[in-house]
Design a protein around this ligand. Structure first.
Ligand SMILES: [Zn+2]
Length: 72
C-alpha cells in the first residue's frame, strides 16, 4: 500500500526573523503530502506528519545549521 510508505520530506531553505530582528536562514522540512511544516531537527525527527499522518523518512537528510545573515 502506497499510503503506508515512508516518503522523504521536502526541504526548503527560507529566511525568518529570529528574535524579531535577526535575519536567519533556516532549512525547513515539509510534509510531502499535505505540505505542512514539520517540526524537525537533528535531535528530533518525527516519524509521522502530525497533521495528515504521512509516514516520513528522514534518513539521508543533511542537517544544516541556521545561518545569521544580518539584522532586519
Ligand atoms: Zn502531512
Amino acid at each position: 500500500m502506497f499510503r503506508n510508505m515512508a516518503r522523504r520530506p521536502i526541504e526548503k531553505t527560507e529566511t525568518y526573523l529570529k528574535y524579531g530582528f535577526v535575519i536567519t536562514e533556516h532549512k525547513f522540512h515539509y510534509c510531502p503530502k499535505c505540505k505542512s511544516v514539520l517540526n524537525a531537527g537533528p535531535n528530533h525527527t518525527p516519524n509521522y506528519c502530525s497533521r495528515c499522518g504521512q509516514k516520513i523518512n528522514f534518513s539521508g537528510v543533511v542537517w544544516t545549521k541556521d545561518r545569521e545573515l544580518g539584522f532586519g
